[in-house]
Design a binder for this molecule. Structure first.
Ligand SMILES: NC(=O)c1ccc[n+]([C@@H]2O[C@H](COP(=O)([O-])OP(=O)(O)OC[C@H]3O[C@@H](n4cnc5c(N)ncnc54)[C@H](O)[C@@H]3O)[C@@H](O)[C@H]2O)c1
Length: 378
């Protein structure tokens, strides 16, 4: 939805609601991002910020809404002068991000970024089909990468990424799955770890409506299964992670008339079961809505919008409510930066990178083919 085209009354209501959910600074940045998306600079060559001061250890590839409102915002808030390059095929957006978030250079030349030894971490938030390609090139140059979701859009990309990780183990890889680092999800995992046996998980997600001609739906980009569902398939894997899970079986169900409404059941080899339902119909005024119910041993957990968590264990009942929603964005973006720059820290393990990717790729195969599909983990 193009908020810039909506009525003043709608805009005011939306800002007031977002301020309640995300706080003043984040809401302000989301509003600025809407203006950023329409930026129009008449400048074709590399743009240099003459006022730049800093270490410039980071490059951002893809300077759209998420990079502007979240990645660059949190990096710059963490430490000014971290962003050396901003690159986008829309050069105006690269300039706008660089200017507003204190970057050094807006460029369309990826080779320049790859050849600059000062750049230690590359954040990749471009269109989905290009994530793996950009990441592999950076890995081969010894740089660390933070790859936004989806990490890969097909099996070939996944194989190439795994090969690059194996050949260049010093280039740490981090993923844009932020929700595992949200406060309430971590609390839920702590409670679950104290219980025994298989986990039963049920997710209901109401996503943003996206117009039919949006780039997400181009066949090469992987649609909403790879583009969106991967967040919650990864979370299911996080919920069974400490257990001996070797494989799973995936049963799909999809709406015949919509590319954005589907459900999937996943039965893991340890008997854990996940049901994930994704629906995107009208406008969700409060943003993406996410509800999880989970059952393990004596524990019943219920997580609403990463804002409220209810835990029942036998006669004990606990309720947690945050002042603001926390999807773990800040924690995840800063975690990638700090671990990339800390010589003794590690990136994500190749097994985890493979498993979370193969799971969502197999889920896409199951939904597209409307057939039951098996998935083997590493
Ligand atoms: N982790 C999260 O919660 C989260 C949330 C939203 C978006 N994202 C991810 O962030 C990425 C960007 O999403 P967005 O919402 O900002 O989309 P967007 O459409 O606002 O931005 C994408 C940007 O990439 C640029 N681009 C397209 N092709 C490119 C190329 N070949 N090279 C360089 N730049 C190119 C576009 O010009 C655009 O500016 C996507 O991968 C998306 O899935 C993650």
């Amino acid at each position: 939805m193009d908020y810039m085209q909506s009525s003043l009354k709608f805009k005011i209501k939306k800002v007031l609601r977002y301020r309640k959910m995300y706080g003043m600074r984040r809401t302000y940045m989301k509003v600025k991002s809407q203006i950023h998306m329409k930026s129009n600079y008449d400048h074709e060559a590399d743009w240099i910020n003459q006022k730049f001061k800093g270490e410039g250890k980071v490059a951002i590839i893809g300077c759209g809404n998420f990079s502007f409102s979240t990645i660059a915002f949190y990096l710059n808030q963490h430490k000014s002068g971290l962003i050396k390059y901003a690159m986008d095929k829309n050069h105006s957006r690269a300039i706008s991000l660089c200017e507003k978030h204190n970057g050094y250079c807006a460029t369309s030349d990826y080779q320049k970024i790859l050849d600059d030894p000062a750049v230690r971490v590359v954040y990749i938030a471009s269109n989905h089909a290009t994530h793996a390609e950009y990441a592999i090139e950076a890995i081969k140059k010894g740089k660390c990468v933070h790859i936004e979701k989806p990490i890969t859009v097909n099996y070939e990309q996944l194989d190439s990424l795994m090969q690059a990780m194996q050949e260049y183990p010093n280039s740490k890889v981090f993923l844009g799955f932020n929700r595992p680092k949200s406060k309430l999800f971590m609390k839920l995992v702590d409670y679950l770890e104290k219980e025994q046996g298989a986990v039963m998980m049920n997710w209901f997600i109401a996503g943003h409506e996206i117009e039919k001609d949006h780039w997400y739906f181009s066949p090469a980009e992987g649609g909403r299964i790879l583009g969106n569902l991967c967040h919650w398939t990864d979370l299911c894997l996080q919920l069974v992670k400490s257990r001996d899970v070797k494989s799973c079986q995936i049963s799909p169900a999809k709406s015949t008339g919509s590319q954005s409404d589907f459900a999937v059941n996943v039965t893991f080899s340890d008997d854990s079961v996940a049901g994930i339902t994704f629906s995107a119909k009208g406008h969700t005024f409060d943003g993406v809505r996410e509800y999880l119910n989970v059952h393990r041993g004596n524990l019943l957990g219920s997580l609403n919008d990463f804002h409220q968590l209810t835990i029942d264990v036998n006669d004990m009942k606990k309720k947690y409510k945050l002042r603001l929603r926390d999807h773990g964005h800040k924690a995840n973006i800063i975690n990638s930066l700090e671990k990339a720059l800390e010589p003794t820290a590690f990136g994500e393990s190749p097994e985890y990178v493979y498993n979370t990717n193969i799971l969502v790729l197999k889920i896409k195969e199951a939904i597209d083919s409307e057939k039951v599909v098996n998935c083997e983990f590493q």
